[in-house]
Design a protein around this ligand. Structure first.
Ligand SMILES: [Cu+2]
Length: 446
């Protein structure tokens, strides 16, 4: 739910007169805040040029106000509590009550004024990744501006010259502040007709964390060995599904602010990458894919038609990235005799349990875990355990959803006879040319 709070005294509008140049401190707008980690419905524009809004997976768009011909936003950098999935809550830094921060939506040609209030215990800045703007608005602490000290508010003013999908994050104590979750997405809608608006337009940013089971804070010095692979700071089964109507034109905008690349794979459909954080791809540069790599510090925008009904897996194709808190110091025990191993383990750890000698599928069994962590493989579908985690969710293609209904439509009702099935008995062995009989042929031939 959206609630509003006044941060810095009177937030009265400065009146109808056009404001240009430097803004008066008294005119700082309210900073809306969010206390939920579930997808909020698209925020239709209340003023300024019209556009088809996006929806943010497990997130929301930041409301704005018009002040003359400036579109004004207010970001508050602050410590937040974020639920990754039911059963695990984290202490992160973010914006306006959540991490990641709200999506900022504007229209090509908009003049935006973005207030940034720092409620963190250390200084910060905001860099507008991919937005082409004057150097002094680029948000690189020390290089293009003084840092925003705790308790202070800075204002950024620039024109959104180009439509596209961009990101925002600090450029101050960057390793710590990004490891703590400070980031968000920017969507600038085209003023013209290209690319054409779609029926459902989703956006999210990928981030990773190293959080020891039972603890709440990410290890900010981690470089490679992350254990929480998130989309908008959520992991499966906490990530919203993407409900779309059969036949919808669908756009998914994905930003990557992790420390590695993510090959993002969609089942049941083919898509084209139509844009990056550098702009739109010409049609001659687009080609059909079902997996596309999203490099570090980049954005990919995928377009497709949802023409295949069902519950379709949508996930990162690095299999370790669809797991929750996992250790990596395990040996492969597949094929090892359970009996001998149990005897050896029993001497060292009488309470120990031998696992992994037939693989690691756990079915419906989940191991007891410390407080505040999540099973490595989890989630249940209508046919049994899904055994996923991390960067995994589903695209749910259905007939008959209402226009702005983004609620989970539940499991897909498969048409009779359309699901893979077990056969009653194993087929008879087929005689092979290389069998013993074939190797010693009877001399039946003349
Ligand atoms: Cu990945």
């Amino acid at each position: 739910m959206l609630s509003r709070r006044t941060l810095l005294g009177s937030a009265a509008l400065a009146g109808a007169s056009a404001v240009s140049g430097r803004v008066q401190a008294a005119a700082i707008p309210e900073a809306p805040t969010m206390d939920k980690a579930v997808m909020q419905p698209p925020l239709n524009p209340s003023a300024g040029p019209d556009y088809q809004p996006v929806v943010t997976l497990n997130g929301w768009s930041l409301p704005f106000r018009m002040n003359g011909d400036w579109k004004e936003f207010h970001l508050v950098a602050e410590p937040v509590t974020r639920e990754f999935a039911p059963g695990m809550t984290t202490h992160l830094w973010g914006y306006n009550g959540q991490s990641p921060g709200p999506t900022i939506e504007a229209v090509e040609g908009d003049r935006v004024r973005i207030f940034v209030t720092n409620k963190l215990p250390e200084y910060t800045t905001v860099h507008w990744h991919g937005v082409i703007l004057p150097c002094g608005m680029d948000g690189v602490g020390g290089l293009t501006q003084p840092h925003i000290k705790p308790g202070k508010t800075f204002v950024y003013e620039f024109e959104m010259k180009h439509a596209g999908t961009f990101m925002y994050h600090p450029h101050a104590d960057e390793m710590v502040q990004m490891a703590m979750g400070m980031m968000g997405m920017i969507v600038v809608h085209p003023r013209g007709s290209a690319p054409p608006p779609v029926d459902r337009d989703f956006v999210f940013v990928m981030s990773t964390y190293r959080i020891e089971p039972g603890s709440y804070l990410p290890k900010v010095n981690e470089m490679t060995d992350f254990n929480m692979w998130t989309w908008n700071a959520r992991v499966f089964p906490g990530i919203d599904p993407l409900p779309v109507r059969l036949g919808d034109k669908v756009r998914i905008r994905i930003g990557n602010l992790t420390m590695t690349n993510h090959p993002i794979h969609l089942h049941g459909h083919k898509f084209k990458v139509i844009g990056t954080d550098g702009g739109w791809l010409p049609e001659t540069a687009q080609f059909p894919e079902t997996t596309t790599d999203v490099p570090v510090g980049a954005v990919r925008v995928l377009d497709f038609t949802a023409d295949n009904p069902g519950d379709w897996a949508f996930h990162c194709h690095k299999s370790h990235h669809t797991m929750n808190a996992m250790g990596h110091d395990m040996r492969n025990l597949i094929g090892v005799s359970r009996k001998e191993l149990a005897a050896a383990v029993g001497k060292l750890a009488p309470e120990g349990m031998v696992m992994g000698h037939t693989g690691m599928a756990m079915g419906t069994m989940e191991m007891p875990a410390p407080d505040n962590t999540l099973p490595m493989m989890t989630g249940t579908g209508q046919f049994g355990p899904i055994e996923m985690g991390g960067m995994f969710t589903t695209l749910k293609v259905r007939e008959g959803l209402a226009r702005d209904d983004y609620r989970d439509p539940g499991p897909y009702q498969f048409p009779q006879g359309s699901v893979a099935y077990e056969v009653a008995s194993a087929p008879e062995p087929v005689p092979r040319a290389s069998s013993a009989a074939a190797a010693t042929p009877k001399s039946t031939r003349p």
